[in-house]
Unconditional design. Structure first.
Length: 368
C-alpha cells in the first residue's frame, strides 16, 4: 500500500510525501520526471553501504546519471567543513540549477543536503529519501535545513522545501532498534500535540510499530506526516502554531546540551521523549492538565522503552538547565517560552512561563 500526502500552504510550491514499501525502486523514474537526467545522491557512509546500491540501480534503470557523495555518519557532519566539501564536489561535477539533489539518509543527511541545495547556485531542487524513522516522521517534511556551529545546533540554515519526499518503510528494517525507538518518540509527540485518538492507537494496537512492524509503522508515519504537514502548511516559518512541534524540545534540548550532545548517552529522540514527559508533569503541576494525563503519557513513553525521568538527576544543576532553556532559540523576549499541554492531544504555547516556577520544577525532578 502506498499513501500520498500533499504538503501545501504558505509561500512554497506544494509537494508530495509518498509513504509505502519498496519505494527505493521507484526513485529513478520519479527523479527522471523532475531532473534533466543527472543527479547527485548525498548520503552517509552507513546508508551508502546498506541502501546506496538499490538507489543507484533504480536511477540507472531510469536513465538518470548519478554520483554518490558520502559524508561520515553522525551529527559531526552538519558542519561548515562538510557543507563546503559537498558544494565543492557538486561544482566540480558541474551540477546546475536544472539538476536535482537526492538526500538519502537520516536527519543529519537531510539537513545538510537540504542546506547545500538551498545555497547551491542560489537554490536547486532536492528530493528527500529519509531512511530513519525520525527523518520520515519529522525532519524530511517542512523545509527546515541546517548545520551546527561550535556555539550550538542548527544555528545556520535556511527554509528550503523539498520537491518530493519518498518514505520507504522497508528501509527502516536495517535501522538499529535504539534509532527506531528514538523516532517513535517523535511519533508519540505528534499524538500528544493534537490527536488523542492517534495517541490511543499508538499506546495500544499500534505499539508494535515501535518494534518495527511494517503496517503499524506505515500508519504511524502517515499520520505523523499529516499532522506535521498541516501545521507547516499553516505556519511555514514558525511565527505561531509550528512551535507546537517543539513539544518536549526545550526541556530535552537543555538536557542534551548538558550532556554535550553525546548520542551514546541520550539520543535526540530519547531527549524528546524525556522532554515530553517533563512538559506534561510541569503542565500538571501548574494545574493546566490533569495528573492522570501526565501519568498516562509517562506510562506510554516508558512502554516504548524510552526515558521519562532524568537519570542521575542530581548531577544536573537546576540553574544551568534553566539557563539553557532560556537561551534556547525558542525563548522570546527574555521570558521562557514552553510548549505545554491542556490534555493529551491539546498542546499549547505559553510565552510567559515564570522562570522561578521552572527552577522549582527542575528541583522536584531531582536536579541539584
Ligand atoms: P542520523 O541522520 O544521524 O541517523 C542516525 C544513525 O542511523 C546514523 O548513524 C545513520 O548512519 C544511521 N542510519 C540512517 N538510516 C539507516 C538505515 N535505514 N539503516 C541503518 N542505519 C541507518 O539521525 P536522525 O535521528 O535521523 O536525525 C537527527 C538529526 O535530525 C539531527 O541533526 C536533528 O537536528 C535533525 N532534525 C531536523 C529536523 C528538521 O525539521 N529539519 C527535525 C528533527 C530533527
Amino acid at each position: 500500500m502506498t499513501t500520498t500526502i500533499e504538503v501545501s500552504g504558505g509561500n512554497f510550491r506544494p509537494y508530495e510525501v509518498i509513504v509505502g514499501r519498496g519505494l527505493l525502486a521507484q526513485l529513478g523514474p520519479r527523479v527522471a520526471a523532475l531532473a534533466r537526467g543527472r543527479t547527485v545522491v548525498i548520503t552517509d557512509e552507513t546508508v551508502a553501504t546498506l541502501h546506496g546500491p538499490a538507489v543507484l540501480a533504480s536511477l540507472a534503470a531510469a536513465g538518470v546519471k548519478a554520483r554518490l557523495l558520502t559524508v561520515p555518519p553522525g551529527e559531526g557532519s552538519k558542519s561548515f567543513a562538510e557543507l563546503e566539501r559537498l558544494i565543492d564536489r557538486m561544482l566540480a561535477i558541474g551540477l546546475d540549477r536544472k539538476d536535482v539533489i537526492v538526500a538519502l539518509g537520516g536527519g543529519v543527511v537531510g539537513d545538510l543536503a537540504g542546506l547545500a541545495a538551498a545555497l547551491y547556485m542560489r537554490g536547486i531542487d532536492f528530493v528527500q529519501v529519509p531512511t530513519t524513522l525520525l527523518a520520515q516522521v519529522d525532519s524530511s517534511v517542512g523545509g527546515k535545513t541546517a548545520i551546527d556551529t561550535p556555539r550550538g545546533k542548527n544555528l545556520v540554515g535556511a527554509f528550503h522545501q523539498p520537491r518530493l519526499v519518498l518514505a520507504d518503510i522497508d528501509v527502516l528494517a536495517t535501522l538499529p532498534e535504539r534509532q527506531l525507538r528514538s523516532g517513535w518518540a517523535e511519533v508519540l509527540k505528534h499524538g500528544m500535540i493534537c490527536d488523542v485518538a492517534f495517541f490511543d492507537w499508538l499506546a495500544g494496537e499500534g505499539a508494535v510499530g515501535s518494534k518495527g512492524e511494517p503496517e503499524a509503522l506505515h500508519r504511524a508515519v502517515v499520520r505523523s506526516v499529516e499532522i506535521k504537514s498541516a501545521i507547516v502548511g499553516e505556519d511555514e516559518k514558525e511565527a505561531g502554531r509550528r512551535a507546537l512541534l517543539n513539544l518536549g524540545h526545550t526541556f530535552g534540548h537543555a538536557i542534551e546540551a548538558e550532556l554535550g550532545f553525546d548520542e551514546d548517552v541520550l539520543t535526540h529522540g530519547e531527549a524528546v521523549a524525556l522532554g515530553c514527559a517533563m512538559a506534561f508533569r510541569f503542565s500538571a503541576v501548574r494545574g493546566l492538565c490533569a495528573a492522570a494525563d501526565s501519568e498516562r503519557v509517562e506510562a506510554v513513553i516508558a512502554d516504548a522503552g524510552l526515558p521519562t525521568r532524568l537519570e542521575h538527576a542530581g548531577a544536573f544543576s537546576a540553574d544551568r538547565l534553566r539557563a539553557r532553556m532560556a537561551s534556547d532559540k525558542k525563548a522570546e523576549g527574555g521570558r521562557l517560552t514552553l510548549i505545554l499541554a491542556r490534555a493529551i492531544g491539546d498542546a499549547c504555547v505559553d510565552k510567559a512561563v515564570d522562570r522561578a516556577a521552572v527552577h522549582e520544577f527542575l528541583k522536584t525532578e531531582g536536579a541539584a
